[in-house]
Design a protein around this ligand. Structure first.
Ligand SMILES: [Fe+2]
Ligand SMILES: [Fe+2]
Length: 188
């Protein structure tokens, strides 16, 4: 019994890092309506929400473009390419879901309004008339997404690690998408 007390006091006096449990508990009770956003949140919440809503619009435009291309892909080599378009569409939709979920966690509202969707999106919606152009347009869109996610990761930095991790995970998938498309561009 006495030994435990000694061990506790020595770890405290040893200057080791300790979580300020009492302080955190008190703060957690205040502003309870803020949900996951606590006083320790160090990013500019409004700015992060705006970025996430732009990313959400980008993902939705990508879903629509990939779907259009999936249904319109024609030609000798169309089948595997169309299958890839369908797979990418599903993955962009899951990105949109994860981003919308994070927006809500941060106390914001996901903007899924079709009004102004293209203006909020970083990538474009180009229909393209043949398989080769479809592949090219999707590759361009992925390259836009890669650069914009990279800039968002840099902006968020270490101020909001959860959002940063989400953006980095999505960025890795966009890089895979771009890689898949450039392989098709070489073959077709
Ligand atoms: Fe995506
Ligand atoms: Fe993608």
């Amino acid at each position: 019994m006495q030994q435990t007390t000694q061990a506790q006091s020595s770890s405290r006096s040893g200057g080791a890092f300790e979580v300020d449990v009492a302080g955190i508990r008190a703060k957690a009770r205040q502003d309870i309506e803020s949900g996951a956003v606590t006083e320790g949140y160090r990013a500019d919440r409004e700015a992060v929400l705006k970025l996430l809503n732009e990313a959400l619009a980008t993902e939705v435009v990508c879903v629509l473009r990939y779907k259009r291309h999936y249904f319109m892909a024609r030609g000798l080599n169309a089948e595997p390419v169309a299958a890839e378009f369908a797979e990418h569409a599903a993955e962009e939709l899951s990105h949109a879901d994860r981003i919308a979920e994070r927006i809500v966690q941060l106390g914001g509202e996901p903007n899924l309004s079709p009004v102004g969707l293209l203006e909020r999106s970083h990538s474009e919606y180009v229909e393209a008339s043949n398989l080769q152009d479809m592949i090219k347009e999707n590759l361009i869109a992925e390259r836009i997404a890669i650069d914009s996610y990279r800039q968002m990761v840099d902006y968020v930095g270490d101020k909001d690690p959860t959002t940063r991790r989400l953006l980095e995970e999505i960025l890795a998938v966009e890089e895979e998408h771009a890689d898949d498309l450039s392989d098709f561009l070489d073959k077709n």
